[in-house]
Design a protein around this ligand. Structure first.
Ligand SMILES: *[C@@H]1O[C@H](CO)[C@@H](O)[C@H](O)[C@H]1NC(C)=O
Ligand SMILES: *[C@@H]1O[C@H](CO)[C@@H](O)[C@H](O)[C@H]1NC(C)=O
Ligand SMILES: *[C@@H]1O[C@H](CO)[C@@H](O)[C@H](O)[C@H]1NC(C)=O
Length: 117
């Protein structure tokens, strides 16, 4: 084997070893997806049903601000907010009821971007 090839192989072995060594522990990765624990400046625009938040990026490398339409995450089943979609376009035939949904159950933080799981 020539010297160049063996040093290339050595470099590849070194690269392959790095991800395991610096990989984020599973618990830490789970915590970084926790919407309310990792996002701030959360605001909701009731005119277009968009939610904007600034969320930590993976590995604590800064933050990102993103906007997500809650109609793609939240539904309305017989007046109760649930995970689903199109909550704002439901056309109630009966009485209106007041309902609350924990946004942690529908939103998560994917490397700084608010997402519906
Ligand atoms: C997410 O973070 C909140 C605090 O902001 C905490 O109450 C909740 O237990 C966490 N959920 C999970 C699944 O870790
Ligand atoms: C909220 O949405 C409306 C309708 O799209 C838009 O005109 C308005 O600028 C938005 N408000 C903010 C604070 O982004
Ligand atoms: C807000 O919502 C509207 C309507 O759903 C969408 O077209 C628009 O792109 C959203 N704004 C942002 C900044 O994502």
């Amino acid at each position: 084997m020539n010297k160049l090839l063996s040093s290339v192989i050595l470099a590849l072995v070194a690269v392959a070893a790095v991800p395991g060594a610096i990989a984020t522990p599973v618990e830490e990765r789970a915590a970084q997806t926790n919407f309310s624990a990792t996002c701030t400046g959360i605001s909701f625009n009731a005119s277009n049903n968009n939610l904007t938040a600034t969320c930590q990026r993976s590995g604590g490398i800064g933050t990102a601000t993103s906007t997500i339409g809650l109609n793609s995450c939240v539904g309305n089943i017989n007046g109760i907010l649930t995970a689903g979609n199109s909550f704002s376009s439901s056309n109630p035939a009966g009485t209106n009821i007041r309902t609350t949904l924990d946004l942690n159950s529908v939103l998560s933080n994917t490397n700084g971007i608010s997402t519906c799981p």
